[in-house]
Design a binder for this molecule. Structure first.
Ligand SMILES: Cc1cc2nc3c(=O)[nH]c(=O)nc-3n(C[C@H](O)[C@H](O)[C@H](O)COP(=O)(O)O)c2cc1C
Length: 367
C-alpha cells in the first residue's frame, strides 16, 4: 500500500488502517492479548509498562511479539526515585489503616520500594528496541530521546497544555499525545498546576497542532467514530482511546470495574489525588469519598499509590468495586452501546465502520 492509502502521515508510518491508538493503561488492562489484538486489527496497541519491573516489561513485550508482527508501543511514567520521610508515610497510613481494617488487613507499613526504577525500565525499552515508546508525568532529556532514536524507537511525549508540547519538541520527540481533561486516569501534567492544565480535548488538540508542528494524537473522551472524525478535523493524526478499550474482552481489569464503567454517566467521574497522590480521573466510589475526608494526609505519588495498593487489590479479589480505583474518562457511558465484553478486534472493526460513516455524513452536509 502506498502512503495515500492511509488517512494521516502517522497512520501511514505505522500502516494503521484505522487511525486509532489503544491507550496504555496501567493497572492490568493492557494485556499482551489486548495490545496484539488491536495492532493485528489495524489500530495501534500500547502496553502500559509503568507499573511493571524491567523483567516483566521484557516478558510482556516478548508475548506481544509472539502474537503480532505489527507495530506496538510501550508507555512509561517519567519518575524520580521516591524517598519519603517517615512522617509523610505515617500520616498517610493513619488515614488508610481504618479502611484496611475493614478488610481485615493489619496496619500498613513503610515500603522498601514505592515504584519500579524508571531508569532501569527505560534501559529495558532501549535494549528491546520497541517500535514506539511514549512517556507521561515528565520529560525525557534530549540524550535519552536520541538513544531511543538510535535504536529505531519512535518517541511520543504526553502534553496537557502547549508549554509541555513545546518542551517535548525541544528534546526531539516525534509526536505529542494531547491529553484533554476528559481523559480517564492520571493527568500527565508536569509543568504548572494541575488545575490550570484541565484543557478539554477540543481546545487542546488544535493549539498543540499549531504550536508544535508535530503529529498530535488526540486523547480524552473519544469513544466512537464521531470522536475519531472530530479528532482528525481538529488536526490530530490519530485518536487515542483508553476507556473505550477498558471494557473490552482482552482488558485485564476486574469484571466489577468493567461493570462500573458501563454503568457510568457523563457526571460519574471526578479528578482526585487522594488515591495515588497524583491527580487522576475516576468514577466516584466510597474509596475516593472516604480518602477525600483525610485529603490533607495524602502522600505524593508514587508513595500514596503504593500505600493504598494492598487495600485495592484485596477489594478487587473480593469483587468489591467500592474500594477499587475506578479510573475512567468522561465518555464512559458511550461504551454501553457495544456488546458487553466486545473483543478488541471487533471493537476496532466497529470503529473503522463508524468513522467512515461519520466522515461521510459530514461530507453529505457540504452538498
Ligand atoms: C484505566 C486507565 C489507565 C491509564 N493508564 C495510563 C498509563 O499507564 N500511561 C499513560 O500514559 N496514560 C494512561 N491512561 C490515560 C490514557 O493514556 C489516555 O490519556 C486516556 O485513556 C484517554 O481518555 P479516555 O479514557 O477518555 O479515552 C490511562 C487511562 C485509563 C482509563
Amino acid at each position: 500500500m502506498n502512503e495515500d492509502s492511509f488517512v494521516t502521515p502517522f497512520a501511514a508510518r505505522f500502516e494503521l488502517r484505522v487511525p486509532v491508538v489503544q491507550a496504555p493503561m496501567a493497572g492490568g488492562a493492557t494485556t499482551p492479548a489486548l495490545v496484539a489484538a488491536v495492532s493485528n486489527a489495524g489500530g495501534l496497541g500500547f502496553l502500559a509498562g509503568a507499573a511493571l519491573s524491567p523483567e516483566k516489561i521484557a516478558s510482556e513485550v516478548a508475548a506481544i511479539r509472539a502474537l503480532t508482527d505489527r507495530p506496538f508501543g510501550v508507555n512509561l511514567f517519567v519518575l524520580d526515585p521516591a524517598a519519603p520521610d517517615e512522617a509523610t508515610v505515617r500520616r498517610a497510613l493513619d488515614a488508610i489503616d481504618p479502611l484496611r481494617a475493614e478488610f481485615d488487613l493489619p496496619p500498613g507499613q513503610a515500603l522498601e520500594r514505592y515504584a519500579p526504577d524508571f531508569r532501569a525500565q527505560l534501559e529495558t525499552l532501549i535494549e528491546l528496541r520497541v517500535p514506539i515508546a511514549s512517556f507521561t508525568f515528565g520529560l525525557l532529556s534530549a540524550q535519552d530521546v536520541a538513544r531511543l532514536h538510535a535504536n529505531g524507537t519512535y518517541v511520543i511525549g504526553t502534553a496537557t497544555h502547549v508549554a509541555e508540547g513545546e518542551a517535548w519538541r525541544e528534546v526531539g520527540a516525534d509526536a505529542i499525545a494531547a491529553q484533554g481533561s476528559e481523559a480517564g486516569a492520571h493527568r500527565g501534567t508536569f509543568i504548572g498546576a494541575f488545575e490550570d492544565a484541565l484543557v478539554g480535548t477540543m481546545a487542546l488538540v488544535p493549539q498543540l497542532v499549531d504550536a508544535t508542528g508535530l503529529p498530535v494524537l488526540a486523547a480524552g473522551g473519544i469513544m466512537d467514530g464521531r470522536g475519531i472524525v472530530a479528532s482528525l478535523a481538529l488536526g490530530a493524526q490519530a485518536a487515542v482511546m483508553g476507556t473505550a478499550f477498558l471494557t473490552s474482552k482482552e482488558s485485564g481489569i476486574p469484571q466489577v470495574w468493567k461493570a462500573r464503567v458501563r454503568a457510568a454517566s457523563d457526571t460519574s467521574t471526578s479528578v482526585t489525588r487522594v488515591i495515588t497522590g497524583r491527580h487522576a480521573r475516576g468514577i466516584r466510589n466510597p474509596l475516593m469519598q472516604r480518602l477525600t475526608e483525610t485529603a490533607g494526609q495524602t502522600a505524593p505519588y508514587p508513595v500514596q499509590n503504593a500505600l493504598t495498593q494492598e487495600l485495592r487489590q484485596t477489594a478487587s479479589r473480593a469483587g468489591n468495586s467500592d474500594y477499587l480505583s475506578l479510573w475512567a474518562g468522561q465518555g464512559a457511558s458511550l461504551g454501553r452501546r457495544r456488546a458487553e465484553d466486545v473483543g478488541a478486534a471487533e471493537l476496532v472493526a466497529q470503529l473503522e465502520e463508524e468513522w467512515h460513516a461519520a466522515a461521510s455524513r459530514i461530507g453529505a452536509l457540504q452538498r
